[in-house]
Design a protein around this ligand. Structure first.
Ligand code: KG4
Ligand code: ZN
Length: 337
């Protein structure tokens, strides 16, 4: 079966072709122009998706050495995301499926991330603990099967990626903030400043807005102008912030591994690119003798291969969708039990 996937939920347009879990092509076009605005501008994002999507589909077919007639299934992100952006890829996918008279599967973006570990050579074994850390979501889940996901906890306010982005902005480091904080943190002392880690009623929930406020207060108290912060202070602040975010994440992972019968651990989403988080989780998995699956960097950030794979699995599980199915609300509410 040859599956074409489309992702356009935020600032990446991506088209992929997969067969089973084998990636034939996974092209990603990133909208770098948002950098000058300090964040993603939704309307500009939608327009950029429209401009590139047709050519990206052509390029993906060419790279895969396939023709449109070879495609058996089309899958596209149905949400959550910027609605205008989601609609571009979603409607393009629907039209493509309709014109070819082949099935179309809408895919929840977060489910795409959750199952992205299956595109790895070593696949996660069920049941696995999934830490989903992206720009918009922070979730701790037990994935029991293709269709059974149990939510242990989630963020009550900002997502981990959002915390990285907002704090990087306060520090004048630009967008996206995660990679910038990581870069400075690599040269800094993570123990120089103590930033808070939230403790919540549900021990598996996360909260990062307190950290954001603490960093803001710290900066206004100690520096009259962020432009005057020395590189060494900036590195120490970045390292301390990264430590606080990573510690909050791994603390819950440790707890879940202790309390639940889990065979593997999987780290997914954009923040899964963070080297410090990857190393810490590998160490924990080793200590608990669990399999660990973290996708390659290209599969951590938004990409269509994960959307194609998730759609393909839903299709194999007998899920079909009428073409009238709208791209919002997302399918996620149906999935989490
Ligand atoms: O999954 P993703 O590509 O998009 C969403 O679905 O949100 O995640 C983007 C997020 C951004 O917040 C970005 O700052 C963060 O992933 N990110 C990182 C790193 N690389 C990307 N955060 C920390 N360390 C990184 N190396
Ligand atoms: Zn994402």
């Amino acid at each position: 079966m040859i599956v074409l996937g489309i992702e356009s939920s935020c600032d990446e347009t991506s088209v992929a072709i997969i067969t089973e879990s084998q990636i034939k092509a996974n092209l990603i076009s990133s909208q770098d122009f948002h950098i000058e605005y300090g964040g993603v501008v939704p309307e500009l994002s939608s327009r950029a998706h429209i401009q590139i999507i047709t050519q990206l589909v052509r390029d993906t077919l060419k790279k895969s050495k396939l023709k449109l007639e070879d495609i058996n299934l089309v899958c596209a992100t149905a949400g959550p995301g910027l609605i205008g952006a989601v609609m571009v890829g979603y409607n393009f996918g629907k039209a493509l499926a309709y014109s070819r008279q082949i099935p179309f599967i809408p895919v929840d973006h977060i489910e795409g991330h959750i199952f992205s570990g299956f595109l790895n050579e070593e696949k996660p074994q069920f049941p696995f603990l999934s830490l989903v850390v992206s720009g918009g979501h922070t979730l701790l889940l037990i994935v029991k099967s293709d269709l059974e996901i149990i939510k242990l906890g989630s963020t009550k306010d900002d997502a981990a990626g959002e915390a990285f982005d907002k704090i990087a902005k306060m520090l004048g480091l630009g967008y996206p903030g995660g990679p910038k904080i990581q870069e400075y943190a690599a040269k800094g002392n993570p123990d120089r400043f103590k930033f808070p880690i939230a403790r919540l009623k549900n021990k598996y929930d996360f909260s990062f807005s307190g950290l954001k406020t603490a960093v803001y207060r710290f900066l206004t108290k100690n520096y009259s102008d962020i432009k005057l912060i020395s590189n060494s202070d900036l590195s120490d602040i970045a390292a301390s912030v990264q430590k606080s975010i990573v510690s909050a994440l791994i603390e819950k992972v440790r707890l879940a591994l202790k309390e639940h019968n889990i065979r593997a651990l999987s780290l997914v989403g954009g923040v899964a690119s963070n080297l410090n988080l990857r190393e810490n989780l590998k160490e924990i998995a080793k200590n608990y003798e669990k399999q660990i699956v973290i996708p390659d960097f290209k599969l951590c950030s938004d990409n269509a291969a994960m959307i194609a794979y998730r759609g393909y699995k839903l299709y194999l599980n007998g899920k079909t969708f009428p073409l009238e199915y709208s791209c919002y609300p997302s399918l996620r509410s149906e999935m989490f039990v």
